[in-house]
Design a protein around this ligand. Structure first.
Ligand code: HAM
Length: 425
């Protein structure tokens, strides 16, 4: 009768188990890197998101007016909300401030596989430092968040907007004209880029060299070109230091310098990076981030900020595409009262196990033993406890291993110690 809104999804218990597994792993990784979790509201004032990008972003945003006439928006991302929160309440906190979050975001995108109107992000913001070691650690965190959940094949691309801008200046394109070119670079439309540079009066040889550097992933070649062709020596040295730390201190060898990484959002400045899962095809970008500037725009005292967000839904798709075997949560124990008189004692047994943290379920449909065992099988229960009058008279129950079918009579008081299962975390 009712249909789910376009671009949104429902999640079955099995899907939620996968999602919670990934979230648990990611939370641990954030924490071992010294980050602390925060939460911000699902909706904000609309202006928070238009302040930097202007009204062009309105097309992408779910915005509405509330009953008091306030213009509000469902958040399309969490960086602006986190910086609003920082400026409002955390400016005095010790630096650097390392904050992470999980949250739903909403974008009026054209839905397709891996692209939704409601999706989840796992992200972080690093406030108050811009040293190469801070940036290297940030990139390493993004990398290990994805590696630690079990993803095998990811591709890390690192770029720098200041260096790109300096390359364009060296080509003879002033800052105000560069904005016309970045969307073409972002979408890898190199033919269109070549013709636009041509109309801007740049020599063919120079254009070819530049476009070649945008397309190559040969780090050495890029760095040599940059050292010869830009005025940002200090910036290039900083980039080299970040790469050196990634390689030698964080043991991440498979990164690619890619000068065509420009990012879609308007607030980035300097370092930018993305992580793709090539297995996903079109919507392959799992993670995007970099250094950015929003604090002064929101009225705070300017200090460096950087961060990234991982698309949670795409990460799950990538794991599935790699045939990752998610750990399967199961009910360890299913309790079967043989008749209704056994219900009270059965519930007591169930509660004692639950108090021990052992996932325990009990028949709530008053089914007979055969049907109960069938159900226990269906929910993947490891063991069942059959509670019958003859056993109970002797303070015992029958413990049945659902895999082998083996049964043994055990004392009620010995149940927890006889059940060697993993407790819930
Ligand atoms: P973003 O690149 O717009 O960056 O989004 C980050 C990730 O969210 C993307 O790489 C993608 O995996 C996922 N994503 C984006 N749109 C969708 C969608 N419609 N459906 C499914 N997944 C999607 C940001 O949002 C920045 N706030 C990241 C950041 C944090 N930069 C600095 N700090």
């Amino acid at each position: 009768m009712f249909r789910i809104p376009r671009g949104t999804r429902d999640f079955t218990p099995e899907e939620m188990e996968k999602r919670r597994y990934v979230e648990r792993q990611m939370r641990t990784t954030f924490q071992v890197f010294g980050y602390r979790e925060i939460q911000t509201p699902m909706f904000e004032t609309l202006e928070l998101f238009t302040a930097k990008s202007g009204d062009t972003i309105l097309e992408e945003i779910y915005s509405f007016t509330d009953k008091s006439g306030r213009k509000l928006a469902l958040r399309p991302e969490l960086t602006a909300p986190v910086i609003r929160f920082y400026v409002d309440k955390m400016q005095m906190s010790p630096k650097p401030l390392k904050l992470f979050y999980f949250g739903s975001c909403f974008r009026y995108d054209r839905p397709q596989r891996g692209r939704y109107r409601e999706f989840r992000q796992a992200g972080c913001e690093l406030i108050g430092t811009n040293t190469p070691e801070a940036y290297a650690e940030l990139i390493a965190l993004a990398y290990f968040l994805l590696k630690n959940i079990g993803l095998k094949n990811i591709r890390l691309n690192i770029g720098d907007l200041d260096v790109l801008s300096s390359m364009l200046r060296t080509l003879g394109i002033p800052k105000d004209k560069q904005k016309q070119l970045t969307p073409l670079i972002d979408k890898s439309q190199f033919k269109d880029l070549t013709s636009m540079l041509h109309t801007m009066g740049i020599k063919k040889k120079k254009i070819d060299e530049f476009v070649d550097i945008l397309q190559t992933t040969d780090t050495q070649k890029i760095l040599e070109f940059l050292n010869k062709n830009t005025s940002s020596k200090a910036k290039i040295e900083e980039l080299e230091k970040i790469l050196d730390l990634l390689r030698n201190s964080f043991d991440i060898k498979n990164y690619h310098v890619n000068m065509s990484i420009v990012r879609g959002l308007d607030y980035y400045k300097g370092l930018v990076f993305e992580i793709d899962a090539p297995v996903l095809g079109a919507e392959k970008q799992l993670c995007g981030g970099g250094a950015y500037e929003l604090i002064p725009l929101f009225g705070g005292k300017n200090i460096p900020t950087a961060g990234f967000a991982i698309g949670f839904d795409r990460t799950i798709l990538a794991l599935e595409a790699e045939k990752f075997v998610f750990p399967k949560p199961k009910t360890d124990i299913f309790i079967v009262p043989i008749n209704n008189d056994m219900m009270d004692i059965s519930i007591k047994i169930a509660q004692n196990l639950r108090k021990e943290g052992i996932p325990t379920d009990i028949d709530l449909l008053r089914r007979d033993v055969r049907k109960s065992l069938k159900y226990a099988n269906a929910i993947n229960a490891e063991k069942t406890i059959l509670v019958g009058p003859k056993d109970v008279e002797k303070n015992c129950v029958t413990l049945r291993d659902m895999r082998t079918g083996e049964q043994q009579i055990i004392k009620i008081k010995d149940i927890p110690s006889k059940i060697k299962t993993k407790k819930l975390q």
